[in-house]
Design a protein around this ligand. Structure first.
Ligand code: ATP
Length: 466
């Protein structure tokens, strides 16, 4: 959820975005390059494409689904599996409609929009440059703008079959509400005591009026949340702790460390209960953009759900017997923005290294995220012994990690194909293999090659891709 209860601030104007150039040594990657790679190599497809598509909704292809799973798995491992005081849940997309009244979404989850009377383009009011707001001018054609109108972002749906008995509810606008709903059940059914946290990864739905920039702003997307419950006197300490930890987490998964920063929310953005809030931002061709929000939610959520449901959600300290509504530190980020940012961070077009040499496109993804961990390549496909040996090794490796067998085209081409999808290692079976059981292991980033005995390959790879 945005820091101020529903104030949505974002300097990006999709319609007028110009491509910027990095101030560092590597230029920013245009989004179009990522869109094209994703479609061509099976990471992401437009949803319902044969019917003309639906804007802001995407499907993930064979490589995309592997990358997403790896991203989710790493978040879950570092947030849930490796912390004794954190557990996970998986809540449903549809909840009782009162949830969204209590949370304030029905009333306040709005974007303000203006239309240009001349060119008919539509803009989010909070995305307009200040000058255009002041002059009431369209940023594209200079035409006059209409008064801002409010649009609620919640997606409606109905439960039940019969007219009159159908109940209107919503596809969740943010995943985190399930955590507040299940908080008491988790407390009673697990051995958690404050301070403790609940994590969840799940889909959220927003009728974004200006979806765009590929996966950056979608109508159906996936969020990850930690809601960490604390005693009010420990709020600042835990807020600082999670703020730093989440920043370090993002830093650890990218190559361009200098493109990550905090942005403190200004007083106009802060919710009435929030002492402070920070966005972790990443810089791409779209400028500095939110990747994850760190929010001071105080006792707002549990108090509201206590009031609206009539259930007492206060906590009694087992030792002091003190009774209070726990305060909450929230860290809320997006699987899809992580997917997009990792690709933007990893994509590189290398020029030819010399005369007669070919350049290459390479995805320098951290090996743990790479959709394919290893490609097994027989040097020639018309030599039966090479093919048989390569297939045997591939069958052995694919039980341990995602392995791809490829014998189509010359070896250089095959290396390029794997570089483009971020495969960290290629193993080549050549004529020496038949004599001494050694294979060539090629590293994606340095393109250096070493020879290993075939039996050593699984352990060598596992150590580097897990
Ligand atoms: P923004 O200001 O960019 O609209 P937000 O502040 O509304 O984002 P939150 O409600 O805090 O976002 O959601 C938490 C995270 O969910 C965001 O940091 C982002 O990674 C992701 N997210 C939010 N909206 C979208 C969307 N429409 N498409 C993809 N990811 C999203």
């Amino acid at each position: 959820m945005t820091g101020a209860i529903f104030l949505r601030r974002n300097p990006l104007i999709a319609q007028t975005q110009e491509q910027t150039v990095s101030t560092g040594d590597t230029p920013f990657v245009p989004i179009e390059k990522i869109v094209s790679l994703c479609k061509r190599r099976g990471f992401v497809y437009p949803n319902s494409e044969i019917y003309g598509g639906v804007s802001g909704i995407y499907d993930f292809g064979p490589l995309g689904v592997e990358l997403r799973n790896n991203i989710r798995r790493f978040w879950w491992w570092s947030m849930v599996q490796t912390n004794d005081n954190i557990v996970g849940i998986e809540g449903s997309i549809i909840t009782h409609p009162r949830v969204w009244e209590a949370s304030g979404h029905v009333e306040n989850f709005v974007d303000r929009l203006v239309d240009c009377k001349n060119c008919k383009r539509r803009f989010r009011y909070d995305h307009l440059p200040e000058e255009n707001v002041r002059q009431n001018k369209c940023p594209v054609c200079g035409g006059e703008l209409t008064e801002p109108r409010k649009f609620n972002l919640m997606m409606e749906t109905y439960i039940g079959m019969l007219e009159g008995e159908r109940m209107k509810t919503y596809l969740r606008g943010e995943a985190s509400q399930n955590i507040y709903l299940d908080y008491d059940n988790v407390l009673k059914s697990s051995r958690m005591a404050i301070p403790f946290g609940i994590c969840q990864i799940g889909k959220a739905f927003r009728n974004e009026v200006t979806p765009g920039n590929f996966l950056f702003r979608q109508r159906e997307f996936e969020q990850w949340d930690l809601q960490f419950f604390v005693h009010p006197s420990q709020m600042q300490q835990w807020f600082d702790y999670w703020k730093e930890r989440r920043f370090e987490w993002y830093k650890s998964i990218i190559n361009h460390k200098d493109r990550l920063r905090f942005r403190a929310h200004g007083p106009d953005e802060l919710a009435h209960y929030a002492k402070q809030a920070f966005d972790i931002e990443y810089q791409t061709v779209l400028g500095w953009q939110e990747w994850e929000g760190i929010h001071w939610r105080q006792d707002w959520d549990l108090s509201r759900h206590s009031d609206y449901s009539g259930q007492d959600l206060s906590y009694t300290d087992p030792e002091t017997k003190e009774r209070y509504i726990p305060w909450i530190v929230e860290t809320s980020g997006g699987v899809d923005r992580t997917f997009l940012n990792l690709l933007l961070d990893a994509y590189e077009e290398e020029p030819p290294s010399g005369k007669g040499k070919e350049g290459r496109t390479v995805l320098r993804l951290n090996p743990m995220f790479a959709p394919v961990k290893v490609a097994v390549l027989p040097l020639q496909k018309n030599k039966e012994e090479l093919v048989t040996t390569a297939k045997e090794l591939h069958n052995k490796l694919r039980r341990l990690m995602v392995s791809q067998y490829d014998d189509v085209a010359n070896i250089g081409r095959r290396y390029r194909r794997q570089d483009e999808i971020g495969t960290p290692f290629c193993v080549t079976i050549d004529f020496t293999t038949l004599a001494d059981q050694t294979v060539t292991v090629r590293d994606r980033d340095s393109m250096s090659q070493i020879r290993l005995h075939m039996n050593e390959v699984p352990a060598y790879l596992l150590e580097r891709v897990r």
